[in-house]
Design a protein around this ligand. Structure first.
Ligand code: G3I
Length: 352
């Protein structure tokens, strides 16, 4: 944090403290807790971990409101690929079975990610062709296993550098080339499931125009090269200080490709970004951003509304709360009660 922003944060903290002395907290308005899935004319998704399937409070709340599940981490290489190169599917199968048994869609996350470089692949010092074969084999095994249940897959996750200067360097791009590793992964996924929508997926597109531009250039290039990419993911992990309108502009820009859009990992931190010290202000902005996210997604052409997915069910389930217990980034509190963030999403849906 720069000196200027540190002073600004302290100043806001002081003004916040003074304001708090002079203003009675607003009585909490009752939140419209109508089931989200009954209001949304498109799939609404939530991230899940296998352990949560054994929590009746989690399973009943999730089944009440959502129609799609995304494995938060147990369908990634970091869990599936063992040191000896074998694959373990136990937790992915449990999540898939839960979705199937409740008539929910499964969304596959994620096949290839710069952040997952399993030892079994790293030590493959064979030729490019055999490395490509090993990656295609993994993709085929994963996508084929959930064919007919997984509605789509994040085939390549987070391909763009945070500074927006271009595609990331990764084990996969080093071994197979930038477009090359996309071709191998997407073509294997397409062959394994001709019906699944195949996505690339990235974050901070709302707050980093250079990253959004670079992401869109990559998508244009991949489509021009004939890569069977037919879905675009926008993770939407936000800080509460994101200016109004940024979500709307970003989804409109991505929708210009005419492909299905997955708002794939929504959460809004109230302890990150520039609103430190103004918790009430951060929560007001958070509510507004949840409403804007749903407004912007619901405004997409129906054929492009793939799914609206939040990255966790209750605040206590969030990766952000694991990082900072003061955060409260989701639509339900840790006791499973709907929050004003949920109310904003319902209001946006009812207003259409
Ligand atoms: O559950 C085990 C626990 O038993 C074990 O003691 C502990 C230490 O090994 O690990 C726990 O599993 C961790 C899991 O989160 C559950 O907390 C994994 O190690 C850890 O790698 C995993 O982190 C996930 C992360 O992606 C990396 O896969 C987060 O839950 C998940 O929220 C995060 O999600 C990413 C998306 O995939 C891509 N977009 C960004 C998003 C947030 O970083």
């Amino acid at each position: 944090m720069t000196e200027l922003s540190r002073r600004a944060a302290l100043a806001s903290g002081m003004s916040f403290a003074l304001a708090a002395c002079s203003r009675q907290p607003a009585a909490a308005e009752p939140v419209d807790g109508a089931p989200l899935k009954s209001l949304a004319p498109f799939p609404v998704g939530v991230a899940v971990q296998a352990a949560q399937l054994g929590d009746p409070a989690w399973t009943s709340l999730a089944a009440t409101h959502f129609t799609q599940l995304t494995a938060e981490w147990e369908m990634k290489m970091e869990y599936v690929v063992q040191a000896d190169g074998s694959f373990r599917f136990d937790r992915a199968d449990a999540i898939a079975a839960f979705a199937r048994d409740r008539g929910m869609r499964l969304f596959g996350h994620t096949l290839v990610w710069y952040a997952n470089e399993p030892e079994a692949f790293v030590r493959l010092d064979e030729s490019r062709q055999s490395f490509a074969g090993a990656l295609a084999n993994y993709v085929t095994a994963m996508v084929g296993r959930y064919r007919g249940l997984a509605s789509g897959w994040d085939v390549i996750n987070e391909p763009i550098r945070d500074d927006g200067s271009g595609p990331r360097d990764s084990l996969w791009s080093r071994k197979l080339g930038q477009v090359g590793h996309f071709k191998v992964a997407f073509e294997a996924a397409r062959a394994a499931d001709p019906q699944a929508v195949l996505f690339t997926n990235d974050y901070h597109l709302e707050s980093k125009p250079a990253k959004l531009a670079s992401y869109m250039r990559l998508i244009e290039q991949l489509l021009a090269e004939g890569v069977p990419l037919n879905g675009i993911g926008c993770q939407t992990h936000l800080d509460a200080d994101l200016p109004a309108g940024a979500i709307t502009r970003t989804l409109k820009a991505l929708a210009g490709f005419g492909l299905p859009i997955h708002l794939s990992e929504l959460d809004v931190s109230v302890v990150g970004g520039g609103l430190l010290g103004d918790r009430a202000g951060a929560e007001r902005r958070q509510v507004a951003l949840y409403g804007e996210a749903m407004d912007a997604f619901a405004a997409l052409p129906q054929r492009q509304q793939f799914a609206f997915t939040v990255w966790g069910l209750r605040d206590g389930d969030s990766w952000l709360t694991r990082e900072n217990a003061r955060d409260a980034p989701l639509m339900f509190d840790s006791a499973g009660r709907p929050k004003p963030t949920y109310g904003a999403v319902v209001k946006a849906l009812r207003g259409r």
